[in-house]
Every structure is written in C-alpha cells, then in structure tokens.
Design a binder for this molecule. Structure first.
Ligand SMILES: CC(C)(COP(=O)(O)OP(=O)(O)OC[C@H]1O[C@@H](n2cnc3c(N)ncnc32)[C@H](O)[C@@H]1OP(=O)(O)O)[C@@H](O)C(=O)NCCC(=O)NCCS
Length: 180
C-alpha cells in the first residue's frame, strides 16, 4: 500500500488487517503502552478493534492513525496519524514509537507532518492532542508544535490534558520559523 505521507525519516500508510500481529507486539511493550491503557489491555481482540477503527476512519475521512515506517530500512517502527477522539469527535494527532527509536525527534517530525496534512490537505481548522499528565514526552511534543494547553478531561477512561492548535496559529508559526 502506498504511503499517504512521507517525511525525511518516516513514511505513513493506512493500516490493513494483516498488520494485527505487528500492532499487538508494538502495544505489548509495557513502556510503549504505559500511557495507552497499559500492556494488560492490549489483547489481540482489543487491538483488532482499534485496527478496524483506524481502517474505518481512513475509509470515511481520508486520514487515520497509520503504520509508520523507517525510510532507511522500510521497517515498521511506530504509529502516527489523525483520528476523531471518542465522544467529542475533535480530531487528534497521535503517535507512538518503538522504544529504540525514542529520543531522535521522530514523534515531533511525524506530528508536525500530520498537522500540516490536516490543515492543508484535510480541511481541518483545529487539531487537538491528549495525554496523561505524567507523559512528559508526549506533552513536550505538543508544546514543540505550538499546541497550547486547553483543559483537563476524560478520554478513553483516562484523565488527560488536552492541547490544541488552530490552522491559523500553526500556519502563522510555520511562516515565522520558515520564511520564504
Ligand atoms: C511520547 C513519545 C511518542 C515521544 O517520542 P520521541 O520520538 O522520543 O519524541 P521526540 O524525540 O520528538 O521528543 C520531543 C521532545 O520531548 C522530549 N521527551 C521525549 N521523551 C521524554 C521523556 N520521557 N521525558 C522528558 N522529555 C521527553 C524530548 O527531549 C524532546 O524535547 P527537546 O527537543 O526539548 O529535547 C514516545 O516516548 C513514545 O512512543 N511513547 C509511548 C507511546 C505514547 O505514550 N504515545 C503518546 C500517547 S499520548
């Protein structure tokens, strides 16, 4: 399947059911799923529901959480993308990477590309991100992208902080940091 988004180091393509084993294995790492509900939640049937949600989301909206591969080798190393949040329907940017790829700026690289995609190609006016407050790495990614704290709320049964950025703010900030 062709990528729908490519960055310097990463390519993102929609999920297929054949990715189930990879996604189960990715989420079964306790460090990866610490803030995704915990490793014990990540049974094949639970993960299959998430996978089908991602596929349905892509079908309906033309974007979704995507399998994210390392350009240098083609290896699947994470998940990143845009999806509607349960209940509110706000579109969130999300990311998770295999541990050995943490600390290389990849979540920031992926999320920045998804914000750009959301605002310039998918017609979105506002994108949010949510994380448990203790997930400092995730909230730092949000801050680096110019997203600002909005409120604390409940999402997927977890108490989370919600950050957001508007199209106008994101594009203005990009124009300031990358003048033509
Ligand atoms: C959160 C996560 C996506 C961050 O990915 P990453 O590729 O390591 O992030 P980046 O390298 O782009 O780092 C972005 C910033 O966060 C900081 N950061 C990353 N992890 C951190 C941590 N555990 N503690 C403190 N700061 C951290 C980095 O130093 C960097 O800030 P800086 O440029 O000011 O130094 C990664 O840890 C992960 O996959 N975690 C498991 C899944 C998850 O929790 N996803 C988010 C759910 S809301």
């Amino acid at each position: 399947m062709k990528p729908i988004l490519t960055t310097e180091h990463l390519s993102m393509r929609p999920f297929a059911e054949s990715d189930l084993d990879w996604l189960v294995s990715h989420r079964s790492d306790g460090d990866v799923s610490r803030y995704l509900g915990g490793a014990e939640l990540q049974t094949p049937s639970f993960v299959l529901k998430r996978l089908r949600f991602y596929m349905d989301c892509f079908e309906r909206l033309g974007f979704s959480m995507c399998l994210t591969t390392w350009n240098e080798t083609g290896r699947a190393i994470g998940v990143s993308g845009l999806q509607p949040l349960e209940k509110t329907g706000h579109i969130e940017v999300g990311y998770s990477f295999e541990k050995e790829f943490w600390g290389k700026g990849l979540a920031t690289e992926a999320a920045a590309a998804w914000l750009e995609f959301g605002f310039s190609k998918a017609g979105l006016e506002r994108i949010v991100a949510v994380a448990e407050p203790a997930n400092i790495g995730s909230t730092r990614v949000m801050e680096k992208l110019g997203m600002t704290f909005e409120k604390t709320s409940l999402s997927y049964g977890l108490q989370v902080v919600r950050y957001a950025v508007s199209k106008e703010t994101f594009q203005k900030r990009n124009a300031e940091t990358n003048p033509a």
